[in-house]
Design a binder for this molecule. Structure first.
Ligand code: IYR
Length: 220
């Protein structure tokens, strides 16, 4: 094995008041992010999606293996196939597979098996987790894939919101149909599906309250 290579860190030390102002402004912006289930069909700029995906790809990952693939679907025929497959699974979920306890905690969100947003949203970003990659004809296992892809999706949600786009973290279950419809290679598993676009005129969202800091953070 060759020696590991290191380069100087590009880091900007900021005065404390500036740090606080930046953290405050960023938090205020992130507090306005909401999961959106009603979209306009207006197309979104490809460049914004590309930049947000670059940001997602800047996430840390286990052994820097970057075990993710983002498939951007804008083709109406593909979106329709995805909607039909997702709704078929979701009908099974809502009618048979989900427990009463699960349906009860979901009730405030007002969701059901109908997923029109999978056709109205101008872009669906299907995120795939790569279990392995092939290097010099050998399979190399990826480590901490769930954590890595989860973090990258977090970066993506923030980047989309920051750029002025709405999204939904959608996990139709099981999601194997995405691997088939989008013809993914054998090393990829569907991780999440993100409809992306502008919120519909007069879009309403569930009246949710976020836990206050005192409830989510402990100092010792
Ligand atoms: N995947 C289903 C059900 C669902 C589950 C959870 I957990 C949610 O936070 C929201 C929905 C659906 O998309 O309707």
């Amino acid at each position: 094995m060759s020696d590991p290579r290191f380069v100087p860190l590009d880091f900007q030390r900021r005065p404390e008041p500036e740090m606080i102002a930046r953290a405050r402004a960023f938090d205020a912006e992130m507090q306005r992010r909401r999961s959106v289930r009603h979209f306009q069909d207006t197309p979104v700029p490809r460049e914004v999606l590309e930049l947000a995906l670059r940001t997602a790809g800047s996430a840390p990952s286990g052994a820097h293996q970057q075990p993710w693939t983002f498939v951007v679907v804008t083709d109406p025929a593909l979106k329709r196939r995805i909607r039909e497959a997702a709704e078929a699974e979701e009908r099974e979920n809502y009618e048979h597979r989900m427990s009463d306890a699960w349906l009860e905690v979901l009730h405030p969100l007002g969701t059901n098996a109908e997923k029109p947003f999978l056709e109205t949203a101008p872009a669906l970003i299907a995120v795939f987790l790569q279990t392995v990659h092939v290097e010099a004809g050998r399979k190399v296992k990826h480590y901490y894939t769930q954590e890595s892809v989860g973090i990258a999706v977090g970066f993506l949600l923030m980047a989309l919101h920051h750029a002025g786009l709405a999204s939904l973290t959608h996990t139709p279950s099981p999601m194997g149909f995405l691997e088939q419809i989008l013809e993914r290679p054998a090393n990829e598993r569907a991780f999440v599906l993100l409809p992306v676009g502008y919120p519909a005129e007069g879009c309403r969202v569930p009246d949710l309250v976020r836990k206050p800091l005192e409830e989510i953070a402990v100092w010792r």
